[in-house]
Design a protein around this ligand. Structure first.
Ligand SMILES: C[S@@+](CC[C@H](N)C(=O)[O-])C[C@H]1O[C@@H](n2cnc3c(N)ncnc32)[C@H](O)[C@@H]1O
Length: 223
C-alpha cells in the first residue's frame, strides 16, 4: 500500500510566466531539501499543512486572513504550484511555504512527528471506482502517518463533495486510535474558503461534508 500514489501525474499548460515563477520563487517561498525545521522556517509560528491545494485559492485566502499561522502547502500539480507562488509573492506572504512534491513523501521523510497544529485536505481526488480506492489519500496507513505528525490537540480537517468518500473518511478516521472526532458525526461547515472543486460539486447537486478529527492528548507525542 505504501507506494501506491494518490495522484495521476497530469500535464498542464505552463505559460512562460509560470515557468519563470517556479524558477524564481521556489527558492524564496519553497523549502530546503531534507528534513524540515518548521520552527526556523516559520519563525516560531504554529504550522498548518495543506495537502493538495490545487490552484491555491483556499490557501491564499486563509493566509491573507491569518498571518499568525504558518502554512505549508503541498501539491504535485506544477501549474498550480506556480500559480500559488505568484500569489504568495504578489501579497508578500512570508508565512506561506510551497512544496512541489508528493505529500506522502513529505510527511513520511521530512515533517517531524508531533509538529503540526493542523492538516487540511480539501476536496481530495475521490477515486470513485472501487479498484482505485487504495489511491485515496484518506486511507488507514496515511491517516496514521498524518495523525503522528499532529501535535496533541491538532486537527485533521477534511472536506469532500463525494458522499461515498465522506462515509469512508468517517470510518477510517474513527478507526485511527490517535484521533478523536471533534464532533459527533460530520462537522458543520467550518470557516473554509469556497474552492473551485467545491463550487463544481455543489453545482452538480453534491452534498459537501466536513470532518474534523483531533489528535488525542493522552497518547503521548511520539509514535
Ligand atoms: C481535486 S484537487 C482539489 C484541489 C483543492 N484542494 C480544491 O479544493 O480546489 C486534488 C489535488 O490534490 C493533489 N494531490 C493528490 N495527491 C497528492 C499528493 N500525494 N501530494 C500532493 N498533492 C496531491 C492533486 O494534484 C490535486 O491538485
Amino acid at each position: 500500500m505504501q507506494d501506491i500514489r494518490t495522484f495521476h501525474p497530469r500535464r498542464g499548460r505552463m505559460s512562460d510566466a509560470k515557468i519563470e515563477a517556479l524558477a524564481m520563487l521556489l527558492p524564496r517561498y519553497g523549502v530546503p531539501d531534507g528534513p524540515l525545521d518548521l520552527e526556523a522556517l516559520f519563525a516560531g509560528r504554529p504550522v498548518a499543512l495543506e495537502i493538495g491545494f490545487g490552484l491555491g485559492h483556499a490557501t491564499l485566502e486563509m493566509a491573507l486572513d491569518d498571518d499568525t499561522t504558518g502554512i505549508l502547502a503541498v501539491d504535485v500539480h506544477t501549474p498550480g504550484v506556480a500559480r500559488l507562488l505568484q500569489e504568495v509573492d504578489e501579497h508578500g506572504l512570508d508565512h506561506v511555504r510551497v512544496v512541489h512534491d508528493d505529500a506522502v513523501e513529505l510527511l513520511r521523510e521530512r515533517i517531524p512527528e508531533a509538529s503540526l497544529v493542523a492538516i487540511r485536505i480539501f476536496f481530495p481526488d475521490p477515486w470513485p471506482k472501487a479498484r482505485h480506492h487504495k489511491r485515496r489519500i484518506v486511507r488507514p496507513d496515511l491517516v496514521s502517518l498524518m495523525a503522528s505528525r499532529l501535535v496533541a490537540g491538532g486537527g485533521l480537517h477534511c472536506a469532500t463533495d463525494w458522499t461515498p468518500y465522506a462515509e469512508a473518511m468517517l470510518e477510517v478516521l474513527t478507526c485511527e486510535p490517535l484521533l478523536v472526532n471533534a464532533y459527533d458525526d460530520y462537522a458543520p461547515r467550518l470557516e473554509r474558503p469556497m474552492t473551485k472543486f467545491e463550487r463544481t460539486g455543489i453545482e452538480k447537486g453534491h452534498e459537501v461534508a466536513d470532518l474534523v478529527f483531533v489528535r488525542r492528548a493522552d497518547e503521548g507525542a511520539t509514535r
